[in-house]
Design a protein around this ligand. Structure first.
Ligand code: AMP
Length: 144
């Protein structure tokens, strides 16, 4: 079986992202694959838009700038090209699927907290990415 050609690593920019990126890169290096990195910013209006009559654009711009700088730091310390760094606005699982299809990704790498009980019922980004993915998905165990 041939290895992967394009690997997309999804990070939430938490400290756990270091482990997720390391695993994704290790797999990509083994098969000489191209590596892409994505972080999705959830618009504040998704959470508060209908309830609070407020203009969020200034705060949203600030979040965007900070997230871009953080993504660049992760990418630079892992030798990931600028044009393979993706900052997108939306719902994480939806945007990860969309980018994966646009870029012809054959492996998506996400972190997974191995939730159980009620938290499992609520679901997670890893579950959301797995369901509906048109390519392989690797869930890297993070947290306890
Ligand atoms: P969660 O299920 O939300 O705890 O997140 C688990 C994993 O989903 C993270 O380790 C990331 O791989 C991915 N993820 C969560 N939020 C985002 C986000 N905003 N952008 C990209 N990936 C994310």
């Amino acid at each position: 079986m041939s290895g992967y050609q394009k690997v997309l690593i999804a990070i939430d920019l938490s400290d756990e992202s270091t482990r997720v990126v390391a695993r994704g890169r290790a797999i990509a290096e083994g098969s000489n694959a191209e590596v892409h990195l994505i972080h999705v910013i959830e618009p504040l209006s998704f959470a508060y838009g209908g309830d609070i009559p407020m203009d969020f654009s200034g705060i949203q711009d600030e979040i965007h700038q900070q997230a871009t700088a953080q993504l660049q730091r992760f990418a630079q310390s892992n030798n990931i090209d600028a044009h393979h760094q993706h900052i997108v606005l939306g719902k994480p699982e939806v945007e990860i699927h969309t980018l994966a299809e646009e870029q012809g990704i054959d492996l998506v790498v996400v972190g997974s907290h191995g939730r159980h009980g009620f938290a499992l019922l609520l679901g997670s980004t890893a579950n959301g990415v797995l369901h509906g993915a048109k390519c392989d998905v690797l869930a890297v165990r993070v947290g306890q």
